[in-house]
Write a protein that binds this ligand. Sequence first.
Ligand SMILES: CC(C)(COP(=O)(O)OP(=O)(O)OC[C@H]1O[C@@H](n2cnc3c(N)ncnc32)[C@H](O)[C@@H]1OP(=O)(O)O)[C@@H](O)C(=O)NCCC(=O)NCCS
Length: 227
Amino acid sequence: MTGYFPLIVPPDLICEESPIMSYSTLMESGCNNEIHPKESDLISGESTKRQNEFITGRICARRALKNLQIYNFPILFNEHKLPLFPSTVKGSIAHTSSYCAVVLGLNFKYKSIGIDIEHISKMKSRYFNTLCTNEELLFLKKYSEQEQMEKATILFSAKEAFYKLQFQITQKMLFFKDVCCSILDDNTFSIRLYKQLDKQFYYNATFAGLYYISNEMIFTALHLEVD
Ligand SMILES: CC(C)(COP(=O)(O)OP(=O)(O)OC[C@H]1O[C@@H](n2cnc3c(N)ncnc32)[C@H](O)[C@@H]1OP(=O)(O)O)[C@@H](O)C(=O)NCCC(=O)NCCS
């Protein structure tokens, strides 16, 4: 087992992780056999940062798909930037400026997966009012300034992972205060929905997830199994 996500997702989910690769270096060195030309087309003209993050995500995703005997599949995206995996697969992609991960599962068992990664150093106290509900702000106040940054990053990352999880099902937009996250001591968190999205994502519904802290980064994951 390598990487962080195997620590927080069920063992039958496939995880691939990598430091961010340089797209131009891969292309110029001829080591581009893992890059699909249809994906290259999608990012021509984008910033170097975007190209590197996008291509690392796609390479990780194709490495993960190999475990399911799916080869050379281009992962395009729809008008909402949602990655389009093969129809038998559910998955989620996350990247920071330095690290990338993909988690995939088979759709006969998994209805949706949402993952996220955030650097604690990127969190600023001036973001709290935008990201947090009143309950979350009260929760943060119990901690020292340094602990607040870590807890706020978990809240933020959990909300981003939940957004990715729900969007694959509802295709609906959510704002940060539309959900409230409770961080529990055993590396778990619970997301409560303050908005009605559909029959499964109803007002006050709760969704459990797991987080992990390492190397000043927060890793979060949620999944929903088929009923
Ligand atoms: C989509 C979003 C969640 C991405 O999160 P991020 O921390 O900015 O970026 P990450 O690197 O973690 O994730 C990016 C990946 O998410 C995936 N993604 C993008 N849009 C998505 C969507 N609508 N649904 C599911 N996954 C999505 C993509 O794979 C993307 O990588 P790619 O473009 O290279 O394929 C965020 O940009 C966003 O739009 N948020 C909406 C507001 C919000 O977060 N609300 C939370 C309230 S609950």
